[in-house]
Design a protein around this ligand. Sequence first.
Ligand code: ADP
Length: 192
Amino acid sequence: MSARLVLLGPPGAGKGTQAVRISGRLEVPAISTGDIFRANVAEQTELGKRAQRYMDAGEYVPDEVTNAMVRDRLAQPDAVPGFLLDGYPRTSDQVAELDGMLSDDGQRLDAVVELTADTDEVVTRLLKRASEQGRADDTEPVIRRRLEVYAEQTAPLARLYADRGLLVQVDGIGEIDEVTDRILAALTPKLG
Ligand code: ADP
């Protein structure tokens, strides 16, 4: 099934976990901007060097850097039939850019899934992940900052996509399998 999807939700809502599962089920690549940035930081590429200080501070990487990276990734052959974007768009400028990338090819999004989870739950999950994986941006002050930036810049995008009739909201609290089933069920009417 071809699908063009966006996964929205605060840090710690489980987007990465669910993106991999949903992409497997729908047979479209999961494209995580956070993963691409982290891989570039690990390899110390030019992109990684530009992105690192923002990521370490819990700030967004500048739109022009992120937009160019996503444009390149969506042009890869595997993403032409469909994709699941995890962590993009995160700003209204990125929404406009994505609209442009898609309309250039006569495409549009099928749905935007917002994975919801309250602040206490996401902070607990991120601190746990910090102790397990040691991600540089999982310290408590940086987590707080990421949540603030999300609330200011990204949470409002849900309304924008709701106004376009694309938004489906899914409760991200519960067993991983349960959440996956909820997402797939919520998407069924959108994917026809
Ligand atoms: P989380 O969802 O846990 O905040 P991600 O792994 O999605 O983390 O992203 C990690 C970091 O990568 C972000 O805090 C940000 O600095 C950068 N990043 C990822 N996606 C974007 C984006 N669309 N725009 C700007 N910066 C981004």
